[in-house]
Design a protein around this ligand. Structure first.
Ligand code: UDP
Ligand code: MG
Length: 327
């Protein structure tokens, strides 16, 4: 039996690129189908992440034009990670494999052939890894590479230069569904699921049209989220740093006593101010790190849904036979 593939594509305000990239996704699906690697029941599943432009209308039109296109809409914008998860969870009972990919044409669609081949060879997870970043600006490349290094240093196990372009089997998705955290960082969660995995490399291109939704501030937010969702190493670092400051303070105390004994204490104002500023700075940063974790615990204890699907194209069209088969 040939495997059923679902290509899961999160879309947020992508009306400029969607008409172009949807064709590319469909062509790739048909090509894989024609070489006999995947089943004819394979689909492209768009996830509209609460777009404010005409993205959902385009998705609905595509679904009406061609049965290979399906779409679901989130009830509001929840961010890329939640949109990908919504698509994967919707797909997991209807297919054998999923490939998640951004809808802006940056990730080379031809890597899908290698991904499907790796699956047919027995791999359950195939990570798409960027071989070059020539098209990114120096700043984007530098910050992005620093991001992966920092994540690994901080104990969040991630695949270097892999974003969310990856193949996962339905078996992996069933297990991923058991990871109930609300703070999502799929790049860190998928390696934790395990199973046989491999990586395929591809070249990352420039966006076909539209603008990136990930400016530096959002990337920094994702890095902090990634680290604090996946690891408690920053808390341990506070302890080590606390010890270091304590040792320095102890040396400072001995130095102060010595100065007192030799009668040179009158000029101590500047050093005192420096120490107070330094220690209070350290304390505030430490409190901030602890606060970040408490915030995470608070959000997790609420058990809020990670996504809410408001519409599905096959329900909207109200044609029973178009409901993609559940297993
Ligand atoms: N995206 C989303 N919800 C958001 C922001 C982005 O679903 O709130 C989607 C977006 O449509 C795209 C993908 O996530 O398919 C990656 O976003 P983008 O290309 O802007 O990020 P970059 O590639 O610049 O990091
Ligand atoms: Mg992009």
């Amino acid at each position: 039996m040939k495997p059923v593939l679902y290509i899961v594509v999160p879309c947020y305000n992508e009306q400029e690129v969607l008409p172009m990239t949807s064709r590319l996704f469909l062509d790739k699906l048909l090509q894989l189908e024609a070489c006999g690697k995947i089943s004819g029941e394979s689909r492209v599943l768009f996830v509209n992440d609460g777009s404010k432009d005409g993205t959902w209308d385009i998705i609905c039109r595509l679904a009406e034009e061609d049965r290979h296109f399906l779409g679901i809409a989130q009830s509001r914008n929840r961010g890329h990670q939640n949109a990908v998860l919504a698509g994967l969870m919707e797909a997991k009972d209807r297919c054998d494999i999923t490939i998640s990919i951004d809808c802006d044409g940056q990730d080379d669609i031809n890597a899908m052939d290698k991904m499907v081949d790796a699956y047919l060879d027995g791999c359950e997870v195939v990570y798409g890894v960027r071989s070059k970043r020539d098209t990114d600006t120096f700043f984007k490349r530098f910050t992005a590479e620093a991001f992966y290094k920092l994540l690994n240093r901080m104990g969040a196990e991630v695949v270097f230069n892999h974003a969310d372009y990856r193949l996962m089997s339905s078996r992996v998705l069933q297990e991923l569904a058991g990871f109930k955290e609300v703070n999502l960082f799929l790049r860190g969660m998928v390696p934790l699921v395990g199973f046989k995995s491999t990586a395929v490399s591809y070249e990352r291109r420039e966006r076909i049209a539209g603008e990136s939704h990930y400016p530096f501030s959002k990337m920094l937010g994702l890095a902090i989220d990634g680290i604090t969702s996946m690891s408690v190493r920053p808390l341990r670092m506070i302890i080590s740093f606390g010890f270091l400051v304590a040792i320095l303070s102890f040396i400072g105390v001995i130095w102060a006593l010595f100065q007192r004994l030799i009668g040179g204490t009158a000029w101590g104002w500047a050093s005192m101010t420096c120490i107070i500023c330094f220690v209070s700075g350290v304390q505030l940063i430490s409190l901030g790190v602890i606060g970040e974790y408490i915030g995470k615990i608070y959000m997790e204890t609420k058990h809020r849904p990670r996504y809410i699907i408001s519409e599905r194209t096959w329900e909207k069209m109200n044609r029973g036979e178009d409901e993609p088969g559940r297993r």
